[in-house]
Ligand binder design. Structure first.
Ligand code: CMC
Length: 428
């Protein structure tokens, strides 16, 4: 294969180098395009064909259903690693030794205390406020309480900003949920593992000793690992682009959380459960909803189906489907919603509309069922996604800063009015 691509514009030929990734992905390097062509640009709404960066963190092959973090398969990581190990792997590039992991965890715990004044901010939100809006605001507010986190010019300063947010974010998650539920806002338990501590912070009641449930810990560990990174998706691209202006890490993450909130992205896990509930309330007629999803006049989409990149199957969905069965069985829960989900999946997998468009269940199709089994309120589902995605966002932001990427600033093709003379108001 030639190592160049040739573009002919108005009879003029221009050559551009090809970049080949470590999995033989080929990209045309158009960094010089505007310069050599006298201002010609590219247009690609939704960035369906545009690579925004070179990255060594996550590889995914949507045709083959492959997802790997730093070269390790998602299947192996979900089965054999815990979430904190995966966070370390994503952020620092290698699986940690026992000593490295212990130090990382100790540093996170050391920085996990959240300023008491943050409670005043939480209390000023309406109790019914959507937790994604609350958590995005609180994450941004953390900068005011930790102004030194913005300067990441040394390795040490960058490391400190990272362990701070990994320590404090779970506290914010727990407080956001507890405030909705009318529970006191407590701190974590330094003696526990990262994920065990999250569960205790979320669910501990003031009148009872909290008893750890291994099934819940393992299930949450797995869910967080499956959500931990997914290369240049909407929220991650947001984190990278906001961070590219050298806004602080916490502000960049806050923007990523807002991007994740939408139902076409992370908000799908809440939307899936609400859809399944609505189908159940409506008598469980899955065929009716399949027809709605296919009707181009109807805005309804089968939530939890389809993916921008996966056009074969989502490997995370496969793992989650098995986990949903196991967790509900272990907890002794029979959930009719799970049957509706399985019925819909079967119908969609055999339906020409879905087959032709390569629409398969995605990670969010079954995750909500597990969260519900764990007792997590539906509005918190996307917050749980954010908790899982946190190490991925951090790793991508860190990579962007260390590679000294330029500020993100796309071009456009202007289609508005040409020059017009200004008319004073009485002449319009
Ligand atoms: N139900 C019905 N039709 C669909 C669906 C769906 N869930 N998803 C895509 N289509 C159709 C769409 O109407 C279009 O049909 P046509 O070619 O006839 O116009 C075709 O499939 C291609 O869809 P698209 O919107 O151009 O594809 P996209 O790559 O821009 O969007 C998506 C991907 C995930 C936004 C979309 O599939 C979707 O809206 N799914 C439902 C929301 C969802 O589950 N999101 C979670 C994604 S996974 C978690 C994450 O990483 O955020």
């Amino acid at each position: 294969m030639s190592d160049k691509a040739t573009l002919e514009i108005k009879g003029q030929k221009h050559e551009f180098p090809l970049i080949v990734g470590s999995e033989d992905e080929v990209a045309i390097d158009i960094k010089t395009l505007r310069g050599v062509t006298g201002g010609v640009t590219t247009i690609d709404p939704g960035f369906k064909n545009t690579g925004s960066c070179e990255s060594g963190i996550t590889f995914l092959d949507g045709e083959k259903g492959i997802l790997r973090y730093r070269g390790y398969s998602i299947e192996d990581l979900a089965e054999k690693a815990d979430f904190l190990e995966v966070a370390y792997l994503l952020i620092f590039g290698e699986l940690p030794t026992k000593e490295q992991l212990d130090k990382f965890h100790a540093d996170i715990k050391e920085k996990s205390v959240v300023d008491e004044d943050i409670k005043k901010i939480i209390e000023s939100f309406p109790k019914a406020a959507h937790p994604m809006g609350v958590i995005s605001s609180l994450t941004s507010a953390l900068t005011s309480f930790n102004p030194s986190s913005v300067d990441v010019s040394s390795d040490e300063a960058m490391y400190n900003a990272i362990v701070k947010i990994l320590g404090k974010f779970p506290v914010l998650v727990a407080w956001t949920m507890r405030r909705r539920m009318g529970l006191p806002l407590d701190y974590g338990d330094d003696s526990l593992g990262y994920v065990e501590n999250i569960l205790k912070m979320m669910f501990k009641r003031p009148d009872k000793e909290y008893v750890q449930n291994r099934v819940l810990v393992d299930a949450l560990d797995k869910l967080l690992i499956l959500h931990a990174d997914h290369e240049q998706n909407c929220s991650t691209s947001t984190v990278r682009i906001v961070g590219s202006s050298h806004a602080g890490l916490f502000a960049s993450l806050s923007a990523g959380i807002s991007a994740l909130w939408g139902p076409l992205h992370g908000g799908a896990n809440q939307a899936v459960l609400e859809m399944l509930e609505a189908i159940k309330e409506d008598g469980g007629d899955t065929k009716k909803y399949m027809a709605k999803a296919k009707d181009k006049e109807d805005p309804f989409r089968l939530m939890g189906f389809g993916h921008r990149v996966y056009k074969n199957f989502d490997p995370r969905a496969k793992i989650i489907k098995v986990a949903a069965d196991e967790v509900l069985a272990d907890l002794g829960i029979e959930d009719p919603i799970l049957d509706i989900a399985k019925g819909l999946e079967q119908e969609a997998l055999n339906d020409e509309y879905f087959v032709k468009r390569k629409l398969y269940p995605n990670v969010d199709f079954y995750s909500g069922i597990i969260y519900r089994g764990m007792g997590i309120p539906v509005e918190m589902f996307t917050v749980m996604f954010a908790l899982g995605r946190l190490p991925g966002w951090i790793a991508q932001w860190k990579e962007m800063r260390l590679r000294k990427e330029p500020i993100g600033r796309p071009r456009q093709v202007y289609t508005g009015e040409n020059f017009r003379e200004f008319k004073s108001i009485n002449k319009r």
